[in-house]
Design a binder for this molecule. Structure first.
Ligand code: CP
Length: 309
C-alpha cells in the first residue's frame, strides 16, 4: 500500500492498520534523513502549510514546524492570542482568510472536540488535527506507537498501560485506537474519578492500582494531570494523587522486569513521575519527541501525495 485511506488526518479512529504501517515505514525513511548532515529534502517545495494554534503548545508546534521546514514547505504560523480571534472572528472566517492567501494544508490545535472534523467539512484544504480538546491527538499517538515499535521491536502483543487523567486526555483515546489497531493490549489506570465510565466498551482493561498495572504491563505511558481542564475536584490534592499514582524508582526497582516509561509531555515532575524516573534509562520520553518530527514529516508527505494523484 502506498496511499493513505483519507485526505485529512483527523483522528486514529479513522485510520486503518495499513495506514499506520505506511506512516511508520515512511517515518523510518525520514528518520534516516534526519540523522544525515543535510536534513532537508525538497518533497513539499510547492506546498504552503498554516499552523493554526488556538491553544498553547511547545512540542507539537515546534515539531510540525520543523517537519514542514525539513520537507521544504512554505510555513505560516498563527496563534489565537496574537490574532483577530480576540476581536470576535469565527473559526471558519479565520481559516478562510488564511486559505485565501493560497494555503494547501492546515495543522490545527483547538480546545473544542470535533473542531478539526468541522473544519475539514467547511474549508478547501487538507486538515491535520494537532489536538482537539479532550477528543484526539493523532500525531502524538502515532509517535508514541512508533517509539514503542523502535524500543521493543514490535507493538503486536505488547501490554501498554496509560496512567493518570484519562478523562481529560486526547492522548489516551488516540493511543487506545492506535495501539489496538497495531495488536497491543491496552489498559488504563487511575482514580475512578479520572476514568471515563464506559471506557471498557473500547476493549481496554481498567485498573486502579499502580503496582498491579506495572506488574501487568511492558510499557507505562504516564499522563499529565490536566488541571486547566478540571472544573471540579477529582482527587483531594496533588500530593494525594502523587502518593497513589506518581511513578518512582521504588516502584520500578521492585519489578522483576524492565518497564518502558513514556510521557507525552509536558511533565509535572514529582506529580505523575519523579525526576529520577523521567531521566532514567527506562524512560524514552525524549525519543518520543525526536520521533515526532519523522512521524509528522511522514504524515505531511503522505497527505500531500494524496492531492497529487
Ligand atoms: N504532547 C503535546 O501535545 O505537547 P504540547 O502541548 O507541548 O504540544
Amino acid at each position: 500500500m502506498t496511499r493513505l485511506s483519507s485526505n485529512h488526518l483527523l483522528g486514529l479512529k479513522e485510520l486503518t492498520s495499513e495506514d499506520i504501517n505506511l506512516i511508520f515505514e515512511t517515518a523510518d525513511n525520514f528518520k534516516s534523513i534526519l540523522n544525515r548532515q543535510i536534513k532537508k529534502v525538497p518533497s513539499l517545495r510547492d506546498i504552503t502549510i498554516a499552523n493554526v494554534f488556538f491553544e498553547n503548545s511547545t512540542r507539537t508546534k515546534i515539531s510540525f514546524e520543523l517537519a514542514e521546514k525539513r520537507l521544504s514547505a512554505d510555513v505560516v504560523n498563527f496563534s489565537s492570542s496574537s490574532s483577530s480571534v480576540s476581536k470576535g472572528e469565527t473559526l471558519i472566517d479565520t481559516v478562510n482568510n488564511i486559505l485565501s492567501m493560497k494555503v494547501d494544508m492546515v495543522v490545527m490545535r483547538h480546545p473544542a472536540p470535533g473542531a478539526a472534523l468541522f473544519l475539514s467539512k467547511h474549508v478547501d484544504a487538507q486538515i491535520i488535527n494537532a489536538g482537539d480538546g479532550t477528543h484526539e491527538h493523532p500525531t502524538q499517538a502515532l509517535l508514541d506507537a512508533y517509539s514503542i515499535r523502535e524500543e521493543l521491536g514490535n507493538i503486536q502483543g505488547k501490554k501498554v498501560v496509560i496512567v493518570g487523567d484519562i478523562l481529560h486526555s486526547r492522548v489516551a483515546l488516540s493511543n487506545i485506537y492506535c495501539l489496538q489497531k497495531m495488536g497491543a493490549e491496552v489498559a488504563v489506570c487511575g482514580p475512578p474519578t479520572l476514568i471515563p465510565k464506559h471506557i471498557d466498551a473500547l476493549g481496554v482493561r481498567v485498573m486502579h492500582n499502580l503496582n498491579e498495572a506495572l506488574a501487568w504491563c511492558d510499557v507505562a505511558n504516564m499522563l499529565r494531570i490536566q488541571m486547566e481542564r478540571q472544573q471540579t475536584k477529582y482527587f483531594p490534592s496533588l500530593r494525594e494523587y502523587s502518593m497513589q499514582y506518581g511513578l518512582t524508582m521504588d516502584h520500578l526497582n521492585t519489578l522483576d522486569k524492565e518497564v518502558t516509561i513514556m510521557h507525552p509531555g509536558p511533565i509535572n515532575r514529582g506529580v505523575e513521575v519523579s525526576s529520577e524516573v523521567a531521566d532514567s534509562d527506562q524512560s524514552i520520553i525524549l525519543n518520543q519527541v525526536e520521533n515526532g518530527v519523522a512521524i509528522r514529516m511522514a504524515v505531511l508527505y503522505l497527505l500531500a501525495a494524496q492531492k497529487e494523484s
